[in-house]
Design a protein. Structure first.
Length: 517
């Protein structure tokens, strides 16, 4: 057996690569009630009372299946979606949700800074009628890391209800925090094309676009209300990390609707960035069949949508996985067509992950314990080209007397897919066969999504331990390389960037972690 040092020496350093092919593919899918007058949205995106009562809006029957996945090798591995700036600009870094950052990974890490230096980012918020104090950052909560104006900026939303931009070296504020009306759970998105724009949802009902070129303050340019849906089915939060394809924003809401928004980004005469967003298409995350099969109406979209070859994929908390062809919409039209439908039976908050061949990896929770979840399991690989029988492999993730399954998004590295589960297991599974290669136990619940950079897998647990594992030999149960203790349960996903790890925890803070100088 080779030593870890020898294995590390032969690792191939992944280099940044232009993702022009993805943006140039400008084919997309979108669906929804296109007949509904989208001019109900004013320039501010404020809601008008358009919600109607009654049954769910109908959507078209599933159309032709998406093309059968075909090999499209990526010799340098998954690359970031951003081409004009360096960094990690959205949850899991690209449209397939498979980019985790850039090494090197620290070898003997420790906490180099804490934000805030003392105290915590906390506020009260109501969830299902219960008011309690929320602190730090939660699911998914992965910071953006962007090289900007000679500094490394770390950008994130937190449970204090604010957007933050801090110095990646010191943890000091680069911008004054922008307060929203409620907590922020999800991962923010930095504009991948180099515009000084930040995109974020909040539990206060709004999804916002912020300008970052107004000195030390962030300025709200536009906001979209969850009440813009013709029928808001579940909630008003925005957990999804927006995806920018060309000049379009792809975003799902807890109101159970998926939006395609034309951004119309430009600069004014004074050189300041501007936007003039127009909602082009809205697609319901549900259909009549889902409500009939499910027996309830808890069907919000909480995962961050994924995109490949003109098709956008997303799930909802009713377990409905959909693929919509929005190519015409991304070219300025309104035509859209559903090309993939699969029902997991259970709440599916984890993002759909797309591999380099076009296969989908889906992780579902286990809360309803219905017949469908028993039939299909909670972790599966799907072939979107086979709409009638898409399952390549499936695995059950039991709850051992309680809720099972996974809130975390799967992570891919080479021929292995990794997943953390609610009951505290870190799983390694063969991508081709679904065979379990090994597992490790972690203090549950483990909601943090694993990230893999330079064959080091990084994951947090609910005792506040951030751990690094050597997965250079993926078939072996890995050795733990290091462990860093943070305050509170780690639900957020870490971000890795050039020798640093940035992550928040429920104790109230975000941390900059690296090797001591």
């Amino acid at each position: 057996m080779t030593s870890r040092t020898e294995r590390l020496a032969v690792r191939r350093r992944r280099s940044r690569f232009s993702f022009v092919a993805l943006v140039g593919a400008l084919a997309v899918l979108t669906a929804g009630v296109a007949a509904w007058r989208l001019d109900l949205l004013g320039g501010s995106g404020e809601a008008r009372p358009a919600a109607r009562r009654g049954g769910p809006a109908l959507v078209p029957e599933a159309g032709p299946a998406a093309p059968t996945p075909s090999p499209s090798p990526s010799p340098t591995g998954p690359q970031p979606i951003n081409t004009k700036i360096a960094g990690l600009t959205t949850f899991r870094g690209n449209a397939s949700r498979t980019y985790y950052g850039q090494g090197p990974v620290p070898t003997d890490p420790e906490i180099l800074w804490r934000y805030p230096r003392t105290g915590g980012m906390c506020r009260e918020s109501s969830d299902k009628g219960e008011v309690r104090v929320w602190c730090g950052t939660g699911w998914t909560g992965q910071p953006n890391v962007v090289e900007w104006e000679g500094k490394t900026q770390v950008r994130f939303g937190a449970y204090d209800g604010a957007l933050h931009v801090v110095d990646g070296e010191t943890g000091k504020n680069l911008k004054r925090p922008f307060k929203t009306g409620d907590i922020i759970k999800g991962t923010v998105t930095s504009d991948p094309d180099g515009f000084p724009l930040l995109y974020s949802g909040s539990r206060d009902n709004y999804y916002r676009i912020m300008a970052l070129d107004r000195g030390r303050r962030m300025e709200e340019l536009w906001k979209l209300s969850a009440d813009t849906a013709p029928q808001r089915v579940w909630n008003d939060d925005w957990d999804s990390s927006g995806l920018i394809i060309g000049d379009y924003l792809l975003e799902g809401g807890e109101n159970s609707w998926f939006y395609v928004v034309k951004l119309n980004r430009k600069y004014d005469a004074s050189g300041k960035v501007t936007v003039n967003p127009k909602v082009k298409v809205m697609i319901p995350g549900y259909d009549d069949q889902l409500f009939a099969d499910l027996g309830d109406r808890e069907v919000s979209i909480e995962n961050s949508v994924a995109f490949r070859d003109g098709v956008v994929y997303f799930g909802n908390s009713g377990g409905l996985i959909q693929g919509w062809d929005i190519r015409n919409v991304l070219k300025g039209g309104t035509r859209h067509k559903r090309v993939f439908r699969y029902w997991t039976g259970e709440d599916t908050d984890a993002s759909v992950v797309i591999d380099d061949e076009g296969f989908l990896y889906v992780a579902a929770e286990l809360e309803r314990f219905n017949a469908r979840s028993e039939e299909v399991g909670q972790f599966m690989k799907l072939d979107p080209g086979k709409s009638k029988d898409p399952v390549v492999w499936k695995k059950a993730i039991p709850g051992r007397g309680g809720d099972g399954g996974a809130w975390a998004t799967p992570g891919i590295n080479g021929d292995v897919v990794y997943l953390t589960t609610n009951v505290g297991r870190l799983l390694a599974v063969d991508r081709a066969t679904g065979k379990k290669l090994w597992q490790r136990k972690l203090p549950p619940p483990t909601w943090t999504s694993p990230v893999i950079v330079d064959d080091v897998l990084i994951v947090g647990d609910c005792l506040g331990n951030l751990r690094g594992y050597d997965v250079s030999n993926p078939t072996e149960k890995p050795e733990e390389l290091w462990k860093v203790k943070l305050e509170g349960c780690i639900e957020s996903t870490p971000a890795v960037w050039k020798g640093m790890i940035y992550v928040g925890a429920r104790g109230g803070a975000v941390y900059g972690i690296g090797d001591p100088s």
